[in-house]
Design a binder for this molecule. Structure first.
Ligand SMILES: NC(=O)c1ccc[n+]([C@@H]2O[C@H](COP(=O)([O-])OP(=O)(O)OC[C@H]3O[C@@H](n4cnc5c(N)ncnc54)[C@H](O)[C@@H]3O)[C@@H](O)[C@H]2O)c1
Length: 333
């Protein structure tokens, strides 16, 4: 039986609670023993043995009682909470984006090394059926090399967060770090850190960070990728994404709009394969928690989502911001 404390009880925790329930149904026993939130009404929603009014309180009171903490706080609190947790002896699963700056991410990595604690950032797209399919076809070589990947992701303006933190750039990093980081991180995990980037974008919502971005990624060897997205649409039901990876002998496409999803492989010889059958959509949040707890139990490093790699995603995203401020300047990484 693993014991977890969930820190922050806002929007994203619903899928984490569902993840723990799914894993218990699979026979992987995990108990949510403690939770924390500064809003008392959020603590009332859950039947959990021990409840705390702030993340510091939980961390100080639960030393030695939990196998790990699951940090679901607003982004500006990720680094301080994760660093304090590891220094007190906790293993840490922390929501994406890792932290507001590359320097803070590296402090988290260094603390994990110094304390010997397991740290993983919940970059859920690494655990998606799309990522699995791209990785498999890249490894098999069946479709030849990748020529180009193009990811587009949009969402409605997030007005639901605690204290409107999403729309305060210094707390969230804007859509660049909160939304677009999913695609930056997926590209990074599949193709590595690009050699150069060049970005356009802007801030349309007062006080926000970059809330729309479009980036060109140039790699060693000539690969060129592109990613674009933001949260400037003001209808929450707009959520959608279009992912395409072009191989030499076909292309893979996944489109998601609301609950409608198309996932296909269109081969150069004319054959079309429905990848929903070969790679059925499974909950990526359950998959990431399953992976993290498996590594924890077996004492293995989280190679599929190393903290240094998720830190690189923040470095890439923040470099995109500099490029935007410099009218699309091409910047080396
Ligand atoms: N992986 C994904 O797809 C995904 C989706 C949504 C959000 N997220 C990430 O999850 C994190 C949380 O987002 P959210 O949507 O749940 O935000 P939210 O605003 O709904 O929830 C944050 C919670 O933290 C609580 N909180 C604030 N300060 C606290 C403190 N000092 N101690 C304890 N609790 C405190 C707030 O009261 C709130 O309930 C963010 O980093 C976000 O980027 C990830």
């Amino acid at each position: 039986m693993l014991r977890v404390g969930i820190i922050g009880q806002g929007g994203i925790t619903s899928v984490h609670y569902a993840g723990y329930e799914n894993l218990n149904n699979e026979g992987i026993e995990i108990a949510v023993d403690a939770i924390a939130d500064i809003r008392p009404e959020m603590l009332e929603k859950h039947d959990v043995p021990r409840k705390y009014a702030d993340y510091n309180e939980l961390l100080e009171a639960e030393v030695g009682k939990l196998d790990f903490v699951d940090i679901c706080l607003p982004t500006f609190l990720h680094a301080p909470a994760a660093i304090k947790a590891m220094e007190l002896g906790y293993n840490v699963l922390v929501e994406k984006p890792m932290a507001l700056s590359y320097e803070l991410c590296m402090q988290m990595c260094e603390t994990a090394k110094k304390t010997g604690r397991l740290l993983m950032v919940a970059q859920c797209c690494r655990f998606s059926n799309f990522a699995d399919a791209v990785r498999d076809y890249m490894a098999s070589g069946e479709l030849g090399a990748v020529r180009h990947a193009c990811f587009k992701r949009d969402d409605g303006t997030p007005t639901w967060g605690w204290d409107n933190w999403f729309l305060k750039g210094e707390r969230s990093g804007g859509a660049l770090l909160d939304l677009h980081v999913h695609d930056v991180d997926l590209l990074n995990s599949l193709f590595g850190v690009p050699k150069y980037i060049s970005s356009g974008g802007g801030t349309y919502i007062e006080g926000d960070g970059v809330d729309y971005v479009s980036t060109n990624y140039y790699y060693e060897g000539g690969l060129y990728n592109h990613s674009t997205g933001g949260w400037v649409t003001n209808n929450q039901s707009h959520y959608g994404r279009i992912y395409r990876v072009d191989f030499e002998k076909g292309h893979m496409i996944q489109t998601v709009v609301g609950d409608r999803q198309v996932f296909k492989l269109c081969k150069a010889d004319g054959e079309t394969i429905d990848l929903n059958e070969k790679y059925p959509a499974a909950c990526p949040y359950t998959a990431e928690i399953r992976y993290f707890t498996d590594c924890l139990v077996k004492g293995l490093p989280v190679t599929r989502c190393l903290p240094e790699s998720t830190a690189d995603s923040i470095r890439i995203a923040r470099t995109e911001e500099i490029s935007i401020m410099n009218m699309g300047e091409r910047i080396a990484l």
